[in-house]
Write a protein that binds this ligand. Structure first.
Ligand SMILES: [Zn+2]
Length: 282
């Protein structure tokens, strides 16, 4: 079986000390490709370095909604130059997030909720990046928390990503899946969704069309629960658990079970989806 990780942050400093182990574990687990997402100007060079070093790394560059406030006046030109430097690179992780503004408590996220940009400012930065993806015809990876209506309005508006877009770790309602499909969405099932308490996410992933499914770790974030974490890594500062990209192996097994199909058939479908998502139109 050829496996992939459609969304992670291998450039993250929490993973850096374990990079050699992670590369070896992924190779042994059959993970033949991953999309490594930059989140802010400071980590784009590290994403580029990983893509230059490992043939199985696909780079993606973007300003994450949590990092909007960290941008410099030249951020947009810098982003353009990273994208022009790698014609295979995608745009992401970009998006909008109302959770960080209204629900997050200090310590819930790497950014202090008080330092997060307003939804208006997030939307301005999101639009600018979406427009760049359309202009350069690149795949787009989207983060959305508690802002599904606003996201739908954006993607149904004037800037349409022709190649479709990945809703990473989709946590929106199952009822909205057909609307997203119509707009060109792909959906990635995250390792943390192996937790049976993630009922909303699991319900949605039962109804996502098979040809729009992907699997992701979001490592170092969102580790799978308990014994499903087959590739443990030492905790980060403040005891935060650290996810390993090879944990997608458990997500393949869990998603196959959720959808009542053999894991070999799911993996074959997802290998096809992964290639289409990166190279062709939705
Ligand atoms: Zn992410």
């Amino acid at each position: 079986m050829q496996l992939h990780d459609a969304h992670n942050h291998l450039q993250d400093e929490w993973l850096a000390p374990h990079l050699e182990t992670i590369a070896l574990d992924c190779a042994r687990a059959g993970i033949t490709a991953m999309v490594v997402n930059g989140t802010a100007e400071h980590d784009w060079p590290r994403v580029a370095a990983l893509a230059a070093r490992f043939p199985w790394v696909h780079a993606s560059y973007g300003l994450h909604p949590w990092d909007v406030r960290s941008r410099t006046p030249g951020w947009h030109e810098t982003l353009r130059s990273f994208l022009l430097g790698d014609e295979q690179a995608g745009v992401g992780e970009i998006g909008i997030d109302r959770w960080i503004l209204e629900d997050a408590r200090p310590g819930d996220a790497p950014v202090n909720p008080g330092d997060a940009a307003s939804l208006q400012e997030q939307l301005e930065v999101f639009r600018a990046q979406l427009a760049l993806a359309v202009e350069l015809d690149r795949p787009v990876t989207i983060h959305c928390l508690r802002a599904w209506g606003a996201l739908r309005d954006e993607l149904g508006g004037t800037i349409r990503p022709r190649r479709g877009f990945l809703l990473h770790a989709y946590g929106g309602p199952a009822e909205m899946v057909p609307e997203w499909v119509e707009l060109g969405a792909w959906f990635s099932f995250n390792t943390a969704f192996l937790d049976p308490r993630k009922t909303r996410q699991r319900a949605a992933f039962r109804v996502v069309p098979a040809d729009r499914l992907l699997i992701e770790s979001d490592a170092p974030a969102m580790p799978p629960p308990g014994a499903q974490c087959r590739y443990p890594l030492p905790a980060a500062p403040e005891g935060r658990p650290v996810n390993h990209p090879a944990n997608v192996v458990a997500a393949y097994a869990g998603l196959a079970e959720l959808r009542g199909m053999p894991v070999e058939r799911l993996a074959a479908q997802l290998a096809d989806n992964f290639a289409r998502w990166l190279s062709a139109r939705a």
